[in-house]
Design a protein around this ligand. Structure first.
Ligand code: ZN
Length: 270
């Protein structure tokens, strides 16, 4: 299978989006066997990743760490934008962020159900891409139902990716990710009473790439300025920790550090 950016994407086809900021060796298209990616991000709809955690993806690719996006619908139930338009917007956004992009089909936009077959399918993607870190939408239910259902599926998939005896996946080597963290696409999706991990995304090049990637979803910006909304959320989080902009992530499990030396930077000024 040869990489192409022109034809209409099919489910499961991987679109290489080499970022200009990455070294040349990272720009080679790699389709059959993915190289281990540092960060694997799942989104239910074509714009979820960019609006929910695009700045973090930009930060990782600008540091030269491979990032892979998996989008689980074409946004066909949305009010604005056709599936083709939304696919093209996602492709453009992923290119701007320097991420690989892959569309898969589950139940379709607004029809996603939590079932074992889906979790196993996502586990197969985890085994193929072999990420250290996985991001998925939060599990809060006061948001688009596809979002929290996908979060549940990804959490299940992260477990199943590790289970050596799973009959459907015996062709792939099992894989244990390092961390699963959740991102909140809207403020309603932020888990109540949970302290987030704040990722400082203030670097101008990172902010510029993230902003451009959100603006790439032009069909979704007709009713409200969601770009400014997400930038405002990031600025608030930045103000919480004394920087320009930060994005919040919510770990599924305790984070583990080698020593206290890794956690000396805090949000509070005591
Ligand atoms: Zn969505």
């Amino acid at each position: 299978m040869k990489p192409t950016l022109k034809s209409k994407p099919e489910a499961g086809r991987i679109i290489p989006n080499p970022p200009s900021a990455l070294p040349a060796k990272s720009q080679a298209p790699q389709l059959k066997e993915n190289p281990p990616c540092h960060l694997l991000v799942f989104g239910a709809h074509p714009d979820d990743i960019e609006f929910g955690c695009g700045g973090i993806a930009a930060q990782e690719t600008h540091a030269g760490r491979p990032v892979h996006f998996v989008i689980c619908s074409r946004g066909e139930s949305g009010t604005n934008g056709t599936p083709a338009e939304r696919t093209a917007e996602a492709e453009k956004a992923a290119r701007l962020l320097g991420a690989m992009l892959e569309f898969i089909e589950l139940d379709g936009d607004a029809h996603l159900e939590v079932r074992a077959a889906h979790a196993i399918k996502l586990a197969g993607i985890i085994r193929r891409t072999r990420p250290a870190i996985v991001l998925a939408p939060t599990l809060e239910q006061n948001q688009h139902p596809d979002h929290w259902r996908l979060g549940q599926l990804v959490r299940d998939a992260a477990r199943l990716a590790r289970y050596g005896g799973l009959a459907e996946l015996t062709a792939q080597t099992s894989h244990a990710i390092g961390q699963l963290l959740f991102y909140a696409i809207t403020s309603n999706a932020e888990p109540a009473g949970v302290q987030p991990v704040l990722i400082d995304v203030s670097t101008p090049a990172v902010m510029a790439a993230w902003t451009a990637a959100m603006e790439a979803h032009a069909s979704q910006l007709k009713t409200r300025n969601y770009v400014e909304l997400q930038l405002a959320r990031a600025r608030v989080n930045g103000s919480r920790c004394g920087t320009i902009a930060a994005l919040a992530l919510y770990p599924n499990d305790p984070l583990v550090f080698d020593s206290l030396a890794s956690i000396t930077r805090g949000a509070r000024r005591f």
